[in-house]
Write a protein of this length. Structure first.
Length: 151
């Protein structure tokens, strides 16, 4: 169990410059995701909320909940670096489905947005949040507690 927790939370990228770069990347990506896609979930145009495509045929409420969570809650968790490797998973799913299913017949300029988001989120999935994150704080706390108990 400790090895799974360590894998999910651990993300030392070697030096200050790399960890700072991932912090900035993570923060700006999350900010843009929320600003562009999350805010649309709250906007009502012509008396209607944004239509969320449902290519998998999920129940409409579940589909809307996943899309809203991915574009509103996940960005804030990403900014804080809280559970980064786990929280990017639903958004990777949404953006990858957008690329491979929803926009598969669209021109490359349209497909580019979900493609770039998917790649960027996969980058964070692989690297993690870096040392400037709540993931690191939690990991250090767990390590400290384990040392206190001789584990």
């Amino acid at each position: 169990m400790n090895s799974i927790i360590h894998f999910v939370l651990s993300s030392d990228l070697g030096n200050i410059k790399n960890n700072l770069a991932v912090l900035i990347f993570r923060f700006l990506l999350a900010l843009e995701l929320f600003r562009v896609h999350g805010m649309k979930k709250f906007r009502v145009e012509n008396g209607q909320k944004e239509h969320v495509p449902n290519p998998l045929g999920l129940p409409d409420k579940l589909n809307g909940l996943i899309a809203t969570f991915s574009d509103t809650v996940v960005p804030f968790l990403m900014m804080m670096g809280l559970g980064t490797r786990l929280v990017v998973l639903p958004t990777i799913g949404v953006t990858a489905i957008g690329y491979f299913v929803v926009h598969r017949h669209d021109n490359i300029e349209i497909r580019d947005v979900p493609y770039m988001y998917t790649l960027s989120l996969l980058f964070l999935l692989v690297l993690g949040a870096g040392t400037y994150s709540f993931d690191q704080v939690i990991l250090e706390h767990i390590i400290s507690k384990n040392q206190d108990y001789g584990i």
